[in-house]
Design a protein around this ligand. Structure first.
Ligand code: SAM
Length: 266
């Protein structure tokens, strides 16, 4: 079965996921916490003054709402019709939001204007992440931020080993690709380790590149115990994660990798 990302398969999966997407992110401890930890880091990197932000694969608009509340203008790119419907129900009439209902590959964005391009959980679905990253860099102005969140191949390998699926654990590392499934739908996706995602940013010409792991405890404890730890004391869990994030050597242990860099000013 192919693990190469394929837009029709990915869109069909997110069409099926859309109605349940927000409930899952609001109620499932691991999704809620990784989204919060990711947003904290992104918010600290954003331009300090209201600016134009491109949100690639904006889904149901969860990040869009946060960006608008900070005063930014947002262009969201989202190819799934069902995700668009959920987003429109929340954001119709918001003057500072523009939806491009298409894939990131097809999207036409005015070059050199955006203060930041964010791709939270979407770059991994691009057939060619390097080519797409080069376009993200074209979209931001000199000095602008490009920030992506992707899935860690190392954290997935640890999870599969823990689940006693060693062949799949090694295959995922060899291929650097995985599969996301929902309600019988499946989509291939790219996986990265910290050096690989840094390499994507570096080859596209970004500078001051950095990365951190998001949900590092999952690689040590497993999903179930992490969920229990979050339910028992969410503030303590978050505090530990924030401290773990500061160690670059632990980035690969994060279930997700946040990576960012800046278009050179000169
Ligand atoms: C994991 S969800 C993340 C949604 C949102 N960024 C968030 O953080 O809640 C991935 C999103 O990327 C979108 N997507 C998948 N392939 C895409 C592509 N080629 N171009 C743009 N978006 C894509 C999906 O439809 C889905 O909404």
């Amino acid at each position: 079965m192919s693990t190469t990302p394929n837009a029709p398969e990915t869109v069909a999966l997110y069409d099926a996921f859309a109605a349940d997407y927000d409930r899952r992110f609001d109620s499932e401890p691991l999704r809620r916490i990784y989204e919060q930890l990711g947003w904290e880091r992104v918010a600290a990197l954003l331009p300090p003054e209201p600016d134009g932000i491109v949100d690639v694969g904006c889904g149901t608009g969860r990040t869009v709402e946060r960006l608008l509340s900070l005063g930014h203008s947002v262009t969201g790119i989202e190819p799934s019709g069902a995700m668009q419907e959920v987003l429109k129900a929340k954001l119709t009439g918001r003057a500072s939001f523009t939806l491009l209902p298409q894939t990131m590959e097809a999207a036409e964005i005015e070059p050199g204007r955006a203060g930041a391009v964010l791709a939270m959980g979407s770059l991994q679905y691009a057939p060619d992440p390097d080519a797409m990253m080069r376009r993200f860099v074209e979209w931001v102005r000199p000095g602008g931020l490009v920030c992506v969140m992707v899935d860690s191949s190392i954290a997935l390998t640890f999870e599969l080993l823990r689940l006693d699926r060693p062949d799949e654990a090694v295959l995922r590392l060899e291929e650097q690709r995985g599969v996301f499934t929902y309600a019988g739908r499946r989509s291939g996706l790219h996986l990265f380790d910290a050096d690989q995602i840094r390499g994507v940013l570096n080859r596209a010409g970004l500078v001051h590149i950095d990365a951190c792991g998001i949900l590092i405890s999952v690689s040590a404890l497993g999903r179930g115990p992490c969920e229990e730890a979050i339910r028992a004391d969410e503030a303590a869990f978050l505090a530990t994660e924030r401290r773990l994030q500061t160690f670059p050597a632990l980035a690969n242990a994060g279930k997700h990798l946040l990576a960012w860099g800046y278009r050179p000013k000169g």
